[in-house]
Write a protein that binds this ligand. Structure first.
Ligand SMILES: *[C@@H]1O[C@H](CO)[C@@H](O)[C@H](O)[C@H]1NC(C)=O
Ligand SMILES: *[C@@H]1O[C@H](CO)[C@@H](O)[C@H](O)[C@H]1NC(C)=O
Length: 448
């Protein structure tokens, strides 16, 4: 059985399936197999072509433009875009680029022309029947056996399943995005496709050279909240772990626009994605961090933190700050090594210009972060504890004079002690709670 990875080669998989089918057909010609062919997604997230005794045995999911959750054993048509939703742990499917493009181009309105699994099955079945050696129609002519292949090719061509590179796809998406006749809905789905594509480092860089990044940054200024959210999502994914794109985004004025969005009245769900974009833009990029600080980024975040009673943004903000502090610390620690490369010295110099702790002290973060300890979520508390420890060098006086911090820590310690004990009785893992205890104790020591 051969496998076709569905994610990295999504645009290719239709053709690959086609080729696989051909091989498969040839190899089963002499076996008189009655089984139908099915395209099935296996547990590794790959698409598999396999024999099924009865094609009614499996359920084929018809992908749409929206993500749908896949149940185990469900099949998807080739070329579908399958992903793992990290929040739910579920696998999800929607139409792949090729299929969406097909949908976009000519047939958006007409339902029956989209590539239904039934259609795909019909095509497969047809070739199979056509190729059966005992089939009366064809057995006398060798040439006729090849006719179905031509038919298949034609059908595939009609379905616009020709192979395209990611570059070509992005170019078409951008053209369509930039076209004045595109609707907001179309633009939104294009942004989601781009978001998927820019996870690949090369794609994100090519997006820049095609002028697409600038288009995305400009869309942040759109008056439609959904377009703002989606463009922030694309931007955040494009700059993630991609220094070249981070530089381009800074040059394009992305940081200032993002900060303005955070400081102005926007729905929470937009700010979430904007915060994601800011965090990705700043990560491992001291130049951007310095600009973030000098443009009042910490003040913007503190206002956001104070206003976020529900706590949706608070943890994200504290996590981002903690990441920045520890990133600088790691670089500085490595900097003590005498045999360092010149480029590392330069990095060290750049980080030395980022006065993060001082800025955090000034903007009142020493008393803001402990507020997160009141949360009922372990995860939120953990983030708060870690950030507080990282900030201890500048915040310790404020921690000591804090009216309720000591009491909160003692209360937390009691709670975690109890939880560790009851976990032990049940014979369950309690590593996480022990880790929390260590953090609490470490902080407690600092307060003496
Ligand atoms: C978008 O359209 C404008 C004006 O029509 C053009 O100048 C620009 O280059 C286009 N951008 C892209 C990325 O296609
Ligand atoms: C967004 O709008 C603001 C205010 O109108 C402007 O200063 C900024 O340059 C714009 N950003 C982009 C990327 O167009």
């Amino acid at each position: 059985m051969q496998l076709i990875p569905s994610r990295s080669a999504a645009p290719l998989s239709s053709l690959a399936l086609f080729l696989l089918l051909c091989c498969h057909m040839t190899s089963t010609l002499s076996q008189k197999s009655d089984s139908a062919l099915a395209v099935v997604e296996n547990t590794e997230g790959e698409v598999e072509v396999m024999d099924e005794g009865d094609e009614g045995d499996f359920e084929v999911v018809q992908p749409t433009e929206e993500w749908q959750t896949l149940k185990p054993g469900q099949a998807v048509p080739a070329g579908s875009h399958v992903r793992l939703n990290l929040q739910t742990g579920q696998r999800e499917v929607r139409l792949g680029e090729e299929q969406l493009k097909y949908l976009d181009q000519e047939h958006r309105e007409t339902e029956e022309t989209s590539i239904s699994p039934e259609e795909l099955k019909r095509v497969m079945k047809k070739i199979k029947e056509d190729m059966k050696p005992e089939s009366a129609e064809h057995q006398d002519s060798v040439a006729s056996r090849f006719r179905p292949m031509e038919e298949l090719k034609r059908e595939m061509a009609e379905l616009d399943l020709l192979v395209q590179t990611d570059d070509q796809i992005m170019r078409r998406l951008l053209e369509q995005f930039n076209s004045s006749s595109s609707t907001t809905e179309q633009r939104l789905s294009i942004l989601l496709e781009l978001e998927y594509l820019v996870h690949q480092v090369d794609n994100a860089q090519n997006l820049c050279s095609m002028g697409g990044l600038q288009l995305v940054v400009e869309t942040l200024n759109s008056s439609d909240f959904r377009l703002q959210e989606s463009s922030a999502f694309v931007l955040g994914s494009a700059v993630s772990s991609n220094p070249e794109v981070q530089v381009k985004a800074m040059e394009g004025g992305a940081l200032q626009t993002l900060l303005t969005m955070l400081a102005t009245d926007q729905p929470l769900w937009v700010k979430k994605k904007v915060l994601f974009a800011v965090a990705s833009l700043l990560r491992n990029f001291p130049f951007a961090q310095r600009h973030f600080l000098s443009r009042g980024g910490l003040q913007v975040l503190s206002e956001l933190f104070r206003g976020d009673r529900g706590g949706v943004l608070r943890t994200r903000i504290v996590t981002m700050l903690y990441d920045m502090i520890s990133e600088k610390e790691l670089i500085s620690q490595a900097g003590l090594d005498p045999g360092l490369h010149a480029s590392h010295q330069e990095l060290l110099r750049q980080y030395s210009l980022v006065s993060l702790r001082e800025g955090l002290l000034e903007e009142g973060w020493c008393s803001l972060i402990p507020e997160l300890l009141d949360s009922t979520e372990h995860d939120f508390r953990e983030k708060a504890l870690r950030a507080m420890l990282a900030l201890a060098p500048v915040c310790v006086d404020q921690y000591r004079s804090h009216s309720s911090l000591k009491a909160s820590l003692l209360l937390l310690r009691e709670q975690y002690q109890d939880m560790i004990q009851s976990q032990m009785i049940l014979g369950e893992e309690n590593e996480y709670f022990e880790e929390m205890m260590d953090l609490i104790n470490a902080l407690h020591v600092k307060l003496r």
